[in-house]
Design a protein. Structure first.
Length: 219
């Protein structure tokens, strides 16, 4: 039987290592003109408050705060949150970005009273064990939205990972050692959202990445 507590600790350690050692240019990502379309869509949807779940490098949170949205940024990595705190201070965005070091699972359990207009999970659900996005339903205002993205299948060498009983890849070798990842089919994604959300957009990029806009159903 798989010990998911051990697997989760290894996964959390992997992401801490990633953000400690990463030389990825998140500042460049925050300058992309492609954000204009996303920002305009949020304004059309009358979004004012955003929860960035698994904020990672912080570029989503920074871009949204620059545009005037009130953002709560959550990540399991202390380094990721530390980096974002330093970034928001440099750009005088302290009043627009609140940060929290927490897993998605624990945040769902502790934040029942908090409500947002939008919850973002950008390339996050692919990497965690508990993936019930229906929990996001209780974090949204009555007319709230959920934005999800899922990575494409990267066809990795099968020798670099083991497969858990719920079909997740647990990487044991190479640069991804410790990382969890699961490929989601379109059918599986829709299954995650059924009964709690209505899908407004389901976009598949040329590389196979899936991007979904869903609206909270009134239940």
């Amino acid at each position: 039987m798989e010990n998911y507590e051990v697997i989760k600790k290894e996964s959390d350690a992997y992401w801490e290592k990633v953000f400690k050692n990463s030389d990825y240019d998140f500042f460049k990502l925050a300058k992309s003109e492609q954000w204009l379309v996303f920002i305009n869509e949020l304004k059309q949807k009358k979004v004012k408050t955003v929860l960035d779940m698994g904020c990672g490098g912080g570029h989503w949170s920074i871009v949204l705060a620059r545009a005037g949205f009130q953002v709560t940024s959550v990540d399991i990595s202390e380094t990721a949150i530390k980096n974002l705190n330093e970034w928001k201070e440099r750009e005088y965005l302290n009043t627009l970005i609140e940060t929290k070091i927490c897993s998605l699972e624990k945040y769902y359990e502790s934040s029942e009273k908090e409500k947002y207009d939008l919850v973002i999970c950008n390339s996050v659900l692919d990497h965690i064990i508990i993936r019930d996005v229906k929990n996001s339903h209780k974090l949204l205002n009555s007319n709230g939205y959920l934005y999800l993205s899922f990575d494409e299948d990267n066809n990795d060498d099968k020798k670099s990972f083991k497969t858990t009983k719920d079909n997740m890849r647990k990487y044991t070798k190479g640069e991804y050692s410790g990382m969890l990842w699961k490929y989601y089919s379109e059918k599986e994604i829709k299954k995650l959202l059924e009964h709690k959300f209505s899908i407004e957009k389901f976009v598949v990029t040329k590389k196979g990445r899936r991007q979904i806009w869903a609206k909270k159903l009134k239940i």
